[in-house]
Design a protein around this ligand. Structure first.
Ligand code: DAT
Ligand code: MG
Length: 150
């Protein structure tokens, strides 16, 4: 089953939106298989955002993501990567549709509340960056048959 990495970014935690963000992903039917609060250091931030190295916003992005604790989680489900991206909305809250997390809760691209992996391959890399194997659980969900046909 596909997995994706979610980060409730520092602004999400500071603003008390952690529960709202996770609730939306849970309510969708995605299954949380790992979750913890961490304070990302510069090294981890640089590795996570390595693809953006050299861009004009990189330094600000690293300062922001390391500025305060975050909540990281792994969600699992059918097309989990795209499902989370759909619920998160466009990167810039100005372009994010109402009803999405960024569309409902954010104003600025540099304070856009949530990270979601952008491909299953990157999700696997990111999950390995943030979680040890024993921090992820394969748990039977008793509501499963009401969420998935099969
Ligand atoms: P996403 O988080 O939607 O996957 P991304 O991977 O392109 O977007 O960029 C990572 C984060 O960097 C994004 O959530 C916010 C920030 N960012 C991206 N483009 C930016 C820009 N043009 N100006 C400022 N911050 C930007
Ligand atoms: Mg991205």
């Amino acid at each position: 089953m596909e997995k994706t990495l979610v980060i409730v970014k520092p602004d999400g935690v500071q603003r008390g939106l952690t529960g709202d963000v996770l609730r939306r992903l849970e309510a969708k039917g995605l299954k949380m298989v790992g979750m913890k609060m961490i304070w990302i250091d510069k090294e981890l931030a640089s590795r996570h955002y390595a693809i953006h190295t050299g861009k004009a916003f990189f330094a600000g992005l690293i300062d922001y993501i390391t500025s305060s604790p975050v909540v990281v989680a792994v969600f699992e489900g059918r097309a989990a990567v795209q499902m989370v991206r759909n619920l998160a909305g466009a990167t810039d809250p100005l372009a994010a549709a109402p009803g999405t997390i960024r569309g409902d809760f954010g104003l600025e691209i540099g304070r856009n509340i949530i990270h979601g992996s952008d491909s299953p391959e990157n999700a696997a890399t990111e999950i390995a960056l943030f979680f040890r194997d024993e921090e992820l659980y394969e748990w039977p969900r008793d509501t499963e048959r009401w969420i998935s046909e099969g």
